[in-house]
Design a binder for this molecule. Structure first.
Ligand SMILES: NC(=O)c1ccc[n+]([C@@H]2O[C@H](COP(=O)([O-])OP(=O)(O)OC[C@H]3O[C@@H](n4cnc5c(N)ncnc54)[C@H](OP(=O)(O)O)[C@@H]3O)[C@@H](O)[C@H]2O)c1
Length: 309
């Protein structure tokens, strides 16, 4: 981190659904300047302000250039999304380590890195028996940071968020389906199985408190949760809040695997198998937002806003 007399320079890579939600929370931190690194600056002009700059940057570019750019920042937060070719997040982790070493040579403080790991417990899921090479790569990034960051003048923080709240209700996800005469709610694995979900604004709010130093965050995985619900609770909430009929369908692991076997390249079907497994939920009591008393949107509040007419 920078000394109190200098402003904390944060580089946010990507400003999609998640990165955009981070901007107001990070840019309102005291003594902070936020730079958003994206490919096409003209698309993001609306995000610029007196303490938010835009920088044209492509993370698929040459590593030597990127490491030099990253070395100019105290903190790098990656929000470049799912749509990256395999190898991209490993490349970024290596460049961050290189940037840390550049900073050490210059006598600058350690570089603080938040990798793109806004999701589940990749230590538990691994690559989901080969189903999710990207998740396997997330795990490899964790291992690399655990072994190499200290020697490279880098601190890291991983923030596990579960799935985005919006994702749980996406029609393509199929878990909460609006029908003409009510809803169908489908359980992945069983009605007792759970899922952790967080609204992107709440991830941003909590991230800002982490960056502000309000929790012990160096070189560790932290957890955030807007809510953790069983599928039975989810069905109950949808019925109670909307007052409509809820049909319940249990998609067992076997059913999900059979569905995937029929369509082996279907990414959503792969995800459903993964989300029927372990490492996709945690208790709210252990989360940063709970410990800091940060108000967050729970499933009931989200359902009320989404389905109230
Ligand atoms: N835990 C979760 O549930 C979870 C986690 C992550 C994502 N998702 C899902 O994935 C979707 C995407 O969310 P997201 O915010 O992570 O990603 P996103 O909306 O796809 O945004 C990605 C951002 O990164 C930028 N970007 C992409 N490639 C880049 C490159 N090579 N160099 C520089 N910038 C680059 C994009 O800019 P340009 O393309 O404009 O250049 C964009 O601003 C969401 O709808 C969400 O449902 C879910």
């Amino acid at each position: 981190m920078s000394s109190p007399s200098q402003s904390h320079q944060i580089l946010l890579l990507g400003a999609g659904e998640l990165g955009t939600a981070f901007v107001p929370h990070l840019s309102s931190l005291p003594n902070t300047h936020l730079t958003i690194g994206i490919r096409t600056v003209s698309k993001y002009q609306h995000l610029a302000s007196s303490n938010v700059s835009l920088l044209s940057l492509d993370t698929s570019g040459p590593s030597i250039d990127l490491a030099e750019i990253f070395a100019a920042f105290d903190t790098v937060i990656s929000c470049t999304g799912f749509g990256q070719p395999l190898g991209t997040i490993t490349k970024l982790a290596k460049e961050i380590l290189q940037a840390g070493r550049i900073r050490r040579r210059r006598g600058a403080g350690k570089l603080w890195f938040f990798p793109w790991q806004w999701g589940v417990e990749y230590d538990v899921t691994g690559d989901a028996e080969g189903l999710m090479p990207l998740f396997g790569e997330q795990l490899e990034v964790r291992k690399r940071l655990r072994t190499d960051a200290a020697d490279s003048h880098v601190n890291w923080t991983i923030v596990s968020t579960g799935i985005f709240m919006s994702f749980l209700f996406e029609p393509f996800w199929g878990v909460v389906a609006k029908e003409e005469d009510g809803f169908t709610v489908r359980a992945l694995r069983s009605w007792e199985h759970k899922v952790t979900v967080t609204d992107v604004q709440d991830i941003g709010k909590t991230l800002a408190r982490i960056v502000a130093g309000d929790v012990d965050s160096q070189d560790r995985v932290l957890y955030v949760a807007g809510d953790t619900v069983s599928y039975a609770e989810l069905a109950d909430v949808v019925g109670r809040v909307t007052g409509q009929k809820v049909k319940r369908e249990e998609w067992t692991i076997q059913h999900l695997k059979d569905e995937l076997a029929r369509d082996p390249e279907d990414v959503i079907k792969k995800y459903r198998v993964v989300f029927a497994g372990d490492g996709v939920w945690w208790d709210k009591e252990g989360t940063v937002n709970y410990r800091l008393g940060i108000p967050v949107i729970d499933v009931e509040t989200y359902v009320r806003a989404l389905f109230s007419t």
